[in-house]
Design a protein around this ligand. Structure first.
Ligand SMILES: Cc1cc2nc3c(=O)[nH]c(=O)nc-3n(C[C@H](O)[C@H](O)[C@H](O)COP(=O)(O)O)c2cc1C
Length: 338
């Protein structure tokens, strides 16, 4: 179990916030696959304050997704506080998370995202201002530092704790690293040893065994999984099962992968309409198909399609062919044995 403030998650596997990915369609699938806590994609504080329709839609939380953490980003204390108040009083989210890890220039040039990592003194003030303004637990997701010369993970996590933050998630990379190199789990351990609030480790957990290793190496309280779950909610299920029961369940069959991919697409269509959802689904379908024999050709065909039914038809045909191919191989093997 993972306890963040007064919010209890049934286990310590956390779906990372991912822009363009963690909308209600995928989050609900992650939840149904057993994930303890799901995080929503980041939303700009200023956009929340302007309250336009698209932004307010991004704040929608289905009851079945709970407990859920909703992430906001911004560079000014005042606007972060105002946005947090909206999340606190007008959404179904359980936790308000503040982004201090986003490395993209569009975000950091507004002093938001990873830019905060250079100012431990400002962090405490910002967190305490947000905490004072809301009743939901406030957490922070950060990278370990800006670059190798500015690694303030411990000071920054302490600032979050002193400001009244209820937990901190640490991605073991600097801003400058973006996604290169490997995540520094030793730094996650240092943070864990330095603060009393729950620490959620993040970075390069791609298998259930990686998750176990991260917990053992760092002593952290939860494991956050991002890229490993793209097109692969089974990774979340298998990790929960491995951590709670010590059982390594099998990888899904192609048919199961396609069934969930179609469920994902249908939920996205219900949220955003077919035109938008089908386009958005293309990258997800590519992730779901990854590793399946002959997937490259199917991917090329699907990328051009705009209709849900056409895509489903191609996917079903692909699975049938795959099953027939596997059956042929099996027959050949059996013939060879006899
Ligand atoms: C497509 C994508 C979108 C992301 N969007 C966000 C975001 O909105 N907020 C955030 O804090 N991190 C975001 N991240 C970073 C992830 O939450 C996570 O920290 C990072 O991917 C490292 O974890 P991993 O090695 O398990 O992927 C994003 C990552 C990816 C791949």
């Amino acid at each position: 179990m993972l306890k963040i403030g007064n919010v209890a998650a049934p286990n310590n596997v956390v779906l990372a916030p991912m822009a363009g990915v963690c909308n209600p369609a995928f989050r609900l699938i992650a939840k149904e696959f057993g994930t303890g806590l799901v995080c929503a994609e980041m939303v700009s504080d200023k956009a929340i304050m302007h309250g336009n329709k698209r932004t307010m839609e991004m704040l929608y939380v289905d009851e079945r997704e709970k407990p859920l953490s909703l992430q906001i980003f911004g560079g000014d204390i005042e606007t972060l506080v105002e946005a947090a108040k909206v999340v606190d009083t007008q959404t179904n989210a359980d936790i308000i998370d503040i982004n201090m890890g986003c490395p993209v220039p569009k975000v950091t040039k507004c002093d938001a995202g990873a830019r905060w990592l250079l100012a431990p003194d400002k962090i405490e003030q910002m967190v305490s201002s947000v905490v004072a303004a809301v009743s939901k637990p406030v957490t922070v997701k950060m990278r370990i530092g800006w670059d190798d010369e500015h690694i303030y993970a411990v000071q920054n996590a302490k600032a979050v704790e002193n400001g009244g933050g209820s937990a901190v998630s640490v991605h073991g990379r600097t801003r400058v690293q973006m996604y290169s190199g490997t995540a520094n789990w030793d730094m996650i351990k240092e943070v864990k040893n330095a603060v009393g609030i729950p620490v959620i480790g993040n970075g390069d957990v791609f298998t259930p065994e990686d998750a176990r290793r991260m917990l053992d190496v760092t002593g952290c309280d939860g494991v956050m999984i991002g890229r490993g779950a793209l097109g692969n909610p089974w990774m979340l299920y298998r990790t929960v099962r491995y951590l709670t029961e010590g059982v390594l369940s099998p990888e899904p069959l192609a048919e199961e992968k396609i069934r969930i991919a179609v469920l994902h697409m249908d939920r996205l269509i219900a949220l955003k309409g077919e035109l938008v959802a089908v386009k958005e689904m293309r990258k997800h379908l590519a992730w779901y198909l990854k590793g399946l024999t002959g997937a490259a050709r199917v991917k090329d065909v699907i990328m051009e399609m705009e209709s849900r039914d056409e895509i489903v038809h191609i996917l079903n045909e692909f699975v049938e062919k795959l099953a027939a191919g596997e059956a042929d191989e099996q027959t050949a093997e059996e013939a060879a044995v006899h």
